[in-house]
Design a binder for this molecule. Structure first.
Ligand code: COA
Length: 567
């Protein structure tokens, strides 16, 4: 079918549906919801058989829904209506939630139901649930809805005809989420913060500053006057609650000189004077990197918020990797985080630095040092286990490992060009041709499109797709890694690896690849063309796009003269 997506932005859920529908042979084009006339223009140009709204913040214009079948993907159970579906589900402590595909009509979220899929809730932030359970349910619900839509004997069901517990809810306000530090328990505080994380965050006063809170975790062992800063650990500040304490990893202060989401210790730097520091490798600290070793397999989990890796985080991860290698691990699994494996350089930290060009340079070198350590580790086998989505430099960093394993819900964005035409590094000019071949390597970086695990495997970016979704992927990966470590041909595989590295090094040293890539990056950071700095600013400040990129808006691409002539 010819399917047009109307979306506020090309967010993770929209990307995943785009990947899934295209892989099933549908022709999918995307238009951002900029204003009604632009939407009408897109609909006219594409003349879709079906419109899907995976992520919309406004109603679809009547001229569109009255003339075209339109599916609205609502992140709520049947009967639920309103703009804060998932926020309320978290605040209300729902144990099951769902995604419903409705036919658009004059009333928001009130159309007939084409499909609905439920899932058990997890104690996690709104954005983690959205990227995980909601996205998986949305894929099933949309596929089911399309199947029903194509059956001439099936009509959608009016919501009133379904016995449902969902109801109309208003927008969640800051008052609904407000933390009462004197009264709220740790659990209450965590639930409120999670309900607004990643957007808009919960506003509260910390150390006399008006800040928005994100990335909260329980902090066993902390105590003090509720609402006061009592410790720091890595990027996080410890705040006492009525019955304990929490770590807050990230904050935003709209009146700070850098008014965007940043590590909490950066935002509150001047207020942290007397706070005791708990090292982040301490059990009681805010741990970003955790290493566990069993049966010769070292698993390195790195839960970097939003998958962004600052210079310091790259150094810490490299140290952890080298420690495992030096301790004689037979297999090292780089397990990333549940939501993201890695999204490359930390653009917010770069934006907030005194010299973004210098910090970009430091950051890319720190990632390269890490990638180089992984590539050069010839006395152990390495696995990148993609539990979460991965983008930009993160994808190529993963490819530095001997084996890249992914589950079937993962989305990869293996390209840099959307970030102001960045050339990219992480040895991609060595790794991609080696595993995917020259032609595919060029096609991958030029396409600027998301891809699912299956397509990534076809292209050679992923070696194995382990079916079964996200929940059990880590355990299944570890079991496989143990088999790898104990396999009869382990020594032979290691010998092959070392031999291959030697041959590659003789053909062209790694240092040469790095130098060439970094020369291009130097031009991106320090050169005359400011595109990267502009793109990074727009990304960090969340400047909305004024048009849909042509890479995804196929209906806006002008056909080449040959195609025009032929048609
Ligand atoms: N640095 C800092 N923050 C980042 C980041 C990065 N490299 N990549 C993602 N984030 C943040 C986003 O700002 C967003 O923050 P939020 O908590 O305020 O919502 C969150 O992570 C999720 O990102 P989002 O863009 O909403 O996710 P997505 O699934 O729609 O898109 C990507 C995924 C990877 C395509 C997109 O995040 C991206 O382009 N990131 C930048 C990648 C990059 O260019 N890295 C530098 C070159 S190596």
């Amino acid at each position: 079918m010819r399917i047009l997506f109307l979306a506020h932005s090309f967010n993770s859920l929209t990307q995943r549906l785009f990947v899934e529908l295209r892989s099933r042979g549908h022709e999918v084009s995307v238009e951002f919801d900029i204003n009604d006339s632009v939407t009408l223009e897109a609909v006219e140009a594409f003349d879709p058989e079906l419109i899907v709204a995976p992520f919309l913040k406004r109603a679809i214009p009547e001229q569109v829904w009255a003339n075209y079948p339109c599916f609205v993907v609502h992140p709520g159970i049947v009967g639920d209506r309103g703009p804060s579906a998932l926020d309320w589900a978290i605040l209300d402590g729902e144990t099951r939630w769902g995604v419903t595909v409705l036919q658009a009509n004059a009333e928001m979220d009130a159309g007939d139901v084409w499909a609905s899929v439920e899932f058990p809730m997890r104690e996690a932030s709104k954005s983690s649930l959205y990227r995980g359970e909601v996205t998986t349910a949305a894929v099933s619900a949309v596929l089911k809805a399309i199947e029903r839509f194509r059956d001439p004997d099936v009509r959608p069901t009016p919501p009133d005809a379904i016995a449902a517990r969902g109801r109309q809810r208003p927008l969640v306000t800051q008052a609904d989420r407000a933390i009462d530090w004197e009264q709220d328990t740790t659990e209450d505080v965590l639930r409120k913060i999670r309900s607004g994380d990643g957007f808009p965050g919960v506003r509260s006063r910390l150390a006399g500053r008006d800040v928005f809170l994100y990335d909260a975790r329980p902090a066993p062992g902390l105590s003090g006057t509720p609402g006061e800063l009592v410790a720091r650990s890595g990027p996080a500040v410890g705040v006492a609650t009525r019955d304990g304490g929490i770590w807050v990893g990230h904050l935003k202060d709209k009146s700070f000189r850098h008014p965007f989401k940043l590590p909490a210790v950066t935002v509150l730097e001047s207020e942290l004077g007397a706070c005791p520091e708990i090292p982040c490798d301490d059990e009681r600290g805010y741990r970003e990197i955790t290493v566990s070793t069993e049966d010769g397999v070292a698993v390195i989990d790195f839960e970097f918020h939003n998958g962004a890796m600052s210079s310091d985080q790259c150094v810490a991860l490299r140290d952890a990797f080298c420690d495992c290698r030096d301790a004689g691990a037979r297999v090292i699994v780089l397990a990333g985080g549940r939501d993201f494996w890695s999204n490359g350089m930390h653009l917010n930290v770069i934006e907030a630095s005194d010299s973004p060009a210098d910090e970009s340079w430091r950051n890319i070198n720190a990632i390269d040092d890490l990638a180089e350590a992984v590539i050069k580790a010839t006395d152990c086998l390495t696995v990148a286990a993609l539990q979460g989505n991965t983008g930009a430099g993160g994808v190529f960093l993963a490819r530095a490992a001997d084996h890249v394993w992914a589950h079937d819900d993962v989305v990869l964005n293996p390209h840099y060009k959307d970030m102001g035409n960045l050339f990219g590094s992480e040895f991609w000019t060595y790794l991609l041709p080696r595993t995917c071949g020259d032609e595919k390597a060029q096609a991958i970086v030029a396409a600027r499109l998301p891809m699912g695990a299956a397509e990534a495997a076809e292209l050679g970016l992923v070696d194995d797709v382990i079916p079964g979704g996200r929940d059990t992927f880590r355990e299944r990966t570890i079991a496989r890694a143990k088999s790898l470590a104990g396999a009869g041909d382990y020594a032979a595989e290691l010998r092959d690896k070392a031999r291959r590295r030697e041959t590659d090094e003789a053909a062209r040293p790694l240092a040469a690849y790095r130098e060439t890539e970094l020369e291009r990056m130097r031009t991106n950071f320090y050169g005359f063309d400011p595109s990267y700095h502009v793109a990074r600013y727009n990304f960090v400040y969340k400047v909305l796009r004024s048009h849909t990129p042509l890479t995804i808006a196929s209906h806006r691409r002008v056909p080449s003269p040959e195609v025009r002539k032929a048609s």
